[in-house]
Design a protein around this ligand. Structure first.
Ligand code: DAH
Length: 363
């Protein structure tokens, strides 16, 4: 028999007084570890006479139960104390005003994308993205723009070096290839918008070689031109925060839609100043149309069963119009003075619930 004291008063006192989880663990190892005093005493029971073994065994088991219970209680007590200490240390007064982070600003392009996503999100559209480096098939051919089609010239495409098989990858010239990728990957109903970067070899006050578009695509059994019109009118009025914004659909041509329509919004240009809203002038704002049956077929969708509409819009353009930004090149100059003037505070998160943002740059 060892010198383990089955009344275990000292051990219980040590457990009750343990100042930290580490100290408690040390006591546990000292008593219940592989070479702990109680473990050793229990191992020694085997050498005792049966009568003596029964008596000593019962005493040791009772001691083990008390010690285990005391360890559990102490662990809970120390855990509670640690939590209280942490809550005290990390206390935050939620009634304090939010500190205004002075330096950083959200770039107007990011803000505009967030605004567009918030509006279409409310209408049940999902956001989808696609690669910037694209195959000819997705950027052109599947969109009903075959190799010799004149629309290819209009796109001022950036080509990557020819590959051994003679094919060339391109920097996508529009977000439309993501229509194809989505229709090939999922069955209708489809309701997506695709905000993202696009590239064309063009550079002046209204064109940047890298710019942003947002694409929209809706495919279902009964989707028709009325849905296209309602959806885009609703969007444009919410985006420009003008309930009575005049919107006009003008017949147009895109290889991937039939019929196609360009969408104009009402404006006035009095005294050389452009104002969005009622007026006698029109401003072209986006391209749209009913998805061409050939494009549906290219994606394995039966045009006698499904139809839908698509649209594409330049994000810089609508941001310039909404926030009165005169030159597209400034978006990418990283001029801090420009960013402080036209940028947005991090907490200006766009949402339809909160109401539209004022149509001007943040202070
Ligand atoms: N991809 C066209 C462009 O970049 C824009 C566009 C027009 C997209 C009509 C569409 C559409 O989805 O239906 O000029």
């Amino acid at each position: 028999m060892t010198d383990f004291d089955p009344s275990c008063d000292d051990i219980l006192r040590e457990i009750a007084g343990a100042p930290s989880p580490d100290a408690l663990e040390n006591v546990r190892i000292k008593v219940l570890g592989r070479r702990g005093s109680l473990t050793v005493a229990m191992r020694a029971l085997g050498g005792l006479e049966p009568e003596e073994r029964r008596r000593a065994g019962a005493a040791l088991n009772a001691a083990k139960e008390r010690i285990t219970a005391a360890l559990g209680e102490a662990a809970a007590r120390l855990g509670r104390a640690a939590l209280e200490e942490r809550l005290r240390r990390e206390r935050a007064d939620v009634t304090l005003p939010v500190p205004v982070c002075g330096a950083g600003r959200i770039h107007p392009i990011s803000q505009t994308i967030d605004e567009i996503v918030a509006i279409f999100g409310e209408m049940g559209f999902a956001v989808v993205e696609g690669p910037h480096i694209e195959e000819d098939f997705y950027n052109f051919t599947a969109l009903n723009i075959p190799p010799e089609h004149p629309a290819r010239q209009e796109h001022d495409t950036f080509y990557l070096p020819t590959r051994p098989d003679g094919s060339r990858l391109v920097l996508r010239t529009h977000t439309s290839p993501v229509q194809i990728r989505t229709m090939l990957a999922q069955r209708p109903p489809i309701r997506i918008i695709v905000p993202g970067r696009t590239f064309r070899c063009d550079h002046d006050a209204t064109h940047s070689p890298m710019f942003h578009q947002v694409e929209g695509l809706v495919i279902d059994r009964t989707t028709h031109m009325g849905h296209l019109k309602g959806c885009l009118i609703e969007f444009l009025r919410a985006f420009f925060a003008l309930d009575d914004l005049p919107v006009r659909f003008r017949p147009s041509y895109f290889p991937f839609t039939e019929p196609s329509a360009e969408v104009d919004i009402g404006c006035s240009r009095r005294h050389g100043e452009l104002r969005i809203g009622a007026g006698s002038d029109w401003l072209e704002i986006l391209g749209s149309g009913m998805v061409h049956p050939q494009v549906l077929k290219n994606c394995g969708i039966d045009p006698s069963e499904f139809q839908g509409f698509a649209f594409g819009m330049g994000i810089e353009r609508v941001a310039m119009l909404k926030y009165g930004i005169p030159d597209v090149r400034a978006f990418y100059d990283s001029d801090l003075r420009w960013l402080r003037y036209y940028g947005f505070l991090a907490l200006d998160v766009p949402s339809l619930v909160r109401g539209p943002l004022p149509g001007g740059a943040a202070a």
